[in-house]
Write a protein that binds this ligand. Structure first.
Ligand code: GDP
Ligand code: MG
Length: 440
């Protein structure tokens, strides 16, 4: 996902002012990148719609750096998709706080129970894990092992004491916590490989019986497009208060999982990043968005483009064109800027109204710029601001001083006058009609 978007923004960074076509092109690329990453179509449409609207709006037109502004908008909207602010666990006013885990088999619920417990214990909590998954033969044992690794208590069904009834186990687990003064109860539940009605009913019954403060829907980031259907089924069947993304350490494109927050309106609260109990962290939407966009990198690229071309300067020049105060110094300055940017043609679009000069400047090569520089630098200050003063003897002096011919000096002055005249017309909004130049 990151690579595709980085490429898109790399293309954007070469733009100064953004046209509607630029924005559309960018939005199209973002759309493709998100779809490639398995983000649900519904979410992609919504996302790109909002980006497009904002990118075409005033906030971008007025921005000093429109490209950067678009990156910012994309970032903001990604953060929104990911749930906006980071959401912390809700603790019960009167302990114990009850956290129920739900999700498909293999999503990582049992592992998460251990991670969450260890993390909470580090913070001074005294969690107990409750083994309400009685579906798989060794599920209880697995939770006991995890609890031991995490160094926390576990409540597991004893023979003859509720075996086969996960709802009763969950309820008894909460009672156990109250008696033993555990301040957090984490209820592990059973999952199936696919969504089925019986499992959903069991989870819903556990929820009803224990009235948890949090129900965390645990979802494997590798699951792909199935994520959306699965999440919706769990929302309808059990409902949940938050999402935990697991297996983010894999090479999952993760897009589908990202859709889950948007489509269910439930925030992603934690991320699991490995099999170890410490491979776990609270989920920060802004950091995740930054990682997706690789924002740091993009901003660097944009700054590089900025450094090569000063937009303020360009605006001043356009102003001078319009008011007929454009001088040979400005002409030189503009050319030097162009040279700084390396590729003149590529950067032409950054110059306000540069289309008019494009054809001429396209023919410039590096040596020509150096020669122009030498000629203008051989002029006096007054000559540069008032080119009309340049009579024959002055031109001869300038040619000698710059190591060029009078013809070359004449050509430069002519080109300058032509450019100034043309730019003046363009700046005033007219369409200059110069023979041989073609339409601009
Ligand atoms: P459950 O069926 O939902 O309880 O899932 P488990 O907790 O038993 O996890 C299923 C498998 O996924 C186990 O082999 C875990 O070690 C593994 N697993 C869980 N979370 C992660 C994770 O974040 N990253 C990786 N790579 N593996 C994980
Ligand atoms: Mg399990």
């Amino acid at each position: 996902l990151s690579d595709r978007l980085a490429e898109t923004f790399k293309n954007l960074r070469t733009k100064g002012k953004l046209s509607a076509a630029d924005v559309d092109g960018t939005v199209r690329e973002i759309r493709r990148a998100l779809l490639d990453a398995d983000v649900a179509l519904e979410v992609v449409k919504d996302f790109t719609g909002r980006v497009r609207e904002r990118a075409l709006g005033d906030e971008v037109n007025k921005a000093l750096n429109p490209a950067q502004q678009v990156v910012q908008i994309v970032n903001d909207e990604l953060v929104t998709i990911l749930g906006g602010q980071q959401r912390r666990l809700e603790f019960a006013k009167k302990p114990p706080t009850i956290i129920m885990l739900a999700g498909l088999q293999g999503a990582g619920k049992t592992t998460l129970a251990g991670k969450l417990a260890k993390w909470l214990a580090k913070d001074g909590h005294t969690p107990v894990l409750v083994a309400a998954d009685l579906q798989r033969p060794n599920a209880v044992t697995q939770l006991e092992v995890v609890a031991k690794q995490a160094g926390v208590a576990v409540y597991a069904p004893q023979p003859g004491n509720g075996v086969g009834d996960p709802v009763k186990v969950a309820r008894d687990g909460v009672k156990f916590a109250q008696q033993k003064l555990h301040d957090v109860v984490i209820i592990d539940t059973a999952g199936r490989l696919g969504v089925d009605a019986e499992m959903m009913k069991q989870a819903a019954d556990i929820r009803r019986a224990t009235d948890p403060d949090e129900v965390l829907f645990v979802i494997d980031a590798m699951i792909g497009q199935d994520a959306v259907a699965t999440a919706k089924a769990f929302q309808d069947g059990v409902d949940f208060t938050g999402v935990v993304l697991t297996k983010l350490d894999g090479d999952a494109r993760g897009g589908a999982a990202l859709s889950v927050a948007s489509l269910t309106g439930r925030p992603i609260m934690f991320a699991s990043t490995g099999e170890g109990l410490d491979d776990f962290e609270p989920f920060h939407p802004d950091r995740m968005a930054g990682r997706i966009l690789d924002l740091g990198d993009i901003l660097t690229l944009i700054e590089q483009a900025q450094g090569a071309f000063d937009e303020d300067e360009a605006r001043k020049v356009a102003e001078k064109f319009a008011t007929d105060t454009f001088t040979l110094d400005d002409f030189l300055g503009q050319m030097q800027q162009l040279r700084n940017m390396g590729s003149i043609k590529k950067m032409m679009s950054m110059l306000p109204g540069a289309g008019a000069m494009k054809q001429q400047l396209e023919n410039f090569d590096e040596r020509e710029i150096v020669r122009t520089e030498a000629i203008i630098q051989s002029m006096t200050k007054v000559e540069r601001t008032t080119p009309k003063l340049l009579n024959g003897s002055r031109r001869l002096r300038i040619a000698k001083g710059s190591g060029s011919t009078v013809t070359e000096v004449n050509q430069l002055v002519q080109r300058f006058e032509q450019a100034a005249k043309m730019m003046k017309t363009v700046a005033k909004g007219g369409m200059p009609n110069i023979p041989g130049m073609g339409p601009i």
